[in-house]
Design a protein around this ligand. Structure first.
Ligand code: XIL
Length: 386
C-alpha cells in the first residue's frame, strides 16, 4: 500500500514537473530571470489571454496606460485609472510591473508638443510629470523606463521637444529626479534598433558610461527588440554584452519577431529559431535579467496596425495557441545559461509587497543553488537598487 502510494506520488511529481516545465515564468525564474508579457486593458478582458498571462508571465508592462498622454492629458491634471487597473491585475496574479514610460517624444499630449517652452519651463513640466507619476506608483513597480527612444539610428540625439528646449541634459535631469522620487525602483533607458553592434547601440554604451561616471542613476538598459523573422544580426548578443559590461542590468523589454503575412510553415520555423537565438542571448549574460514579449498573442499585437502587411510576431497565435516560436523560447530557457540575479518574481507577489533588497539577492545567488532556492521560495521578490 505504502509502496503504491509512493509510486503514485512519484508519478505525480514527474507529471507536475513536466507540466510546470512549460511555464515560461518558472523556466526563467529557475535561471534567475523574469519572463514578461505586456498588455493593454482590452487584453485582460479576454479570458484566453488572461490565462496565458497567468500561466507564463512574472513581469508585465502596460502597453499604453502609463504614457504621458494617458497620465497627464492636461497640464498638472493626472489620470491613473487605466494604469491602476493594470497594476491591480498584476498584483492579483503575482506579476511584477515595469513602468513605461516617463519621458518619450511620442504619445505626448499636444500641450507638451505644442507648448511655448523655454529650458526652465519645460524642465519644470518634465520633472513635475516624473514626480507626480512616480509618486503615485511609488513602491509598486520594479523598473521604470525613465527615458525612451532618445537616439536616432545614427547614434545622434533625436530631435524632440525635450532635446530642443533642454538639450541632452534632459536625460540626466530625468534620471536624477526619478531616483529622488522612488529609490526602490530600477531606472532604465530604453530604445529600439539596439539589436546589433551598430551606431545606435554604440551611442547608448557611450552615453550610459559617461552619465554613470557623472553619478547619473541609470540602473539598466532596455533593448526593445522589435525584430524581423530571418533578420537577427550575428552581433545581437555582442550588443547586449556591451551594455552588460557597463555594469548595468540589461533586459529585452518589448520582444516580438514579425514576418510578412501570410505566415507559412517555413517562416514560423525560422521564427522559432529566431526566438530561441534571441532569448538564449539573454540567458547567457549574467546581467540580462529578463525577457518580455510585447503582448502575448498575435490577436493583440501592435504590429499589424503599424507595419503594413506584417504580423504573426508573437509566440501565441490569434487563437491563443502555441506556435513553433513558443518551443524556441522553451528551448532557450532550458538551454545554456548563466544564472542572473533577478529574484523569484511572480511567486510571492500576490501576497503583497514582499520586497527584499537586490543586494541580498545577489549575495544569495553567489552562494549555493540550494541556498538560493530556499531563500527565494521563502520570500521574496526584490527590488531596490543597491
Ligand atoms: C506601442 C503600443 O503597443 C501601441 O498600442 C501604441 O499604439 C503605440 O505604441 N516602442 C515603445 C512602445 O516603447 O511604447 C510602443 O508601444 C512600441 C514601440
Amino acid at each position: 500500500m505504502v509502496a503504491l502510494a509512493s509510486i503514485a506520488l512519484a508519478l505525480l511529481a514527474v507529471f507536475h514537473s513536466h507540466v510546470s516545465a512549460q511555464n515560461l515564468k518558472d523556466l526563467a525564474n529557475a535561471k534567475g530571470r523574469y519572463f514578461g508579457g505586456a498588455f493593454d486593458l482590452i487584453e485582460i478582458s479576454n479570458n484566453a489571454n488572461v490565462n496565458l498571462l497567468k500561466q507564463h508571465v512574472s513581469m508585465t508592462t502596460p502597453e499604453n496606460a502609463m504614457k504621458w498622454d494617458a497620465t497627464e492629458p492636461n497640464p498638472n491634471q493626472f489620470v491613473f485609472g487605466n494604469a491602476d487597473k493594470t497594476v491591480a491585475f498584476a498584483k492579483a496574479n503575482g506579476i511584477v510591473v515595469r513602468g513605461h514610460t516617463l519621458v518619450w517624444h511620442s504619445q505626448l499630449p499636444s500641450w507638451v508638443t505644442g507648448g511655448k517652452w523655454n529650458n526652465q519651463t519645460l524642465t519644470a513640466a518634465m520633472t513635475n510629470h516624473i514626480t507626480k507619476v512616480m509618486t503615485h506608483f511609488k513602491g509598486q513597480l520594479v523598473h521604470w523606463d525613465v527615458c525612451n527612444e532618445i537616439f536616432n539610428d545614427d547614434g545622434t540625439l533625436r530631435t524632440s521637444v525635450f532635446s530642443q528646449f533642454i538639450g541632452e541634459a534632459f536625460v540626466s535631469i530625468a534620471f536624477r529626479t526619478a531616483r529622488q522620487v522612488d529609490p526602490s525602483v530600477k531606472l532604465f533607458i530604453n530604445d529600439f534598433n539596439l539589436d546589433s553592434t551598430n551606431a545606435k547601440s554604440a551611442a547608448m554604451v557611450n552615453l550610459v558610461r559617461r552619465l554613470r561616471s557623472q553619478g547619473v542613476p541609470i540602473d539598466g538598459i532596455g533593448s526593445q527588440a522589435h525584430l524581423i523573422v530571418g533578420g537577427i544580426s550575428p552581433t545581437f548578443k555582442q550588443a547586449l554584452n556591451n551594455f552588460a559590461a557597463l555594469g548595468v542590468q540589461v533586459a529585452l523589454t518589448e520582444l516580438d519577431i514579425r514576418m510578412t503575412l501570410p505566415a507559412s510553415t517555413a517562416k514560423l520555423q525560422q521564427q522559432q529559431k529566431d526566438y530561441q537565438a534571441v532569448v538564449s542571448a539573454c540567458m547567457t549574460i549574467a546581467n540580462c535579467v529578463g525577457v518580455e514579449i510585447w503582448s502575448m498573442s498575435d490577436k493583440f499585437s501592435w504590429i499589424p496596425g503599424v507595419f503594413q502587411g506584417q504580423g504573426a510576431a508573437l509566440p501565441f497565435d490569434e487563437n491563443f495557441q502555441k506556435k513553433a516560436a513558443f518551443t524556441g523560447i522553451v528551448s532557450a530557457l532550458n538551454g545554456a545559461s548563466t544564472k542572473a540575479a533577478f529574484p523569484n518574481v511572480g511567486v510571492k507577489a500576490a501576497a503583497g509587497n514582499n520586497l527584499i533588497a537586490q543586494k541580498t539577492v545577489t549575495k544569495t545567488v553567489k552562494k549555493t543553488t540550494t541556498r538560493t532556492r530556499t531563500k527565494t521560495r521563502a520570500g521574496a521578490i526584490q527590488i531596490g537598487h543597491p
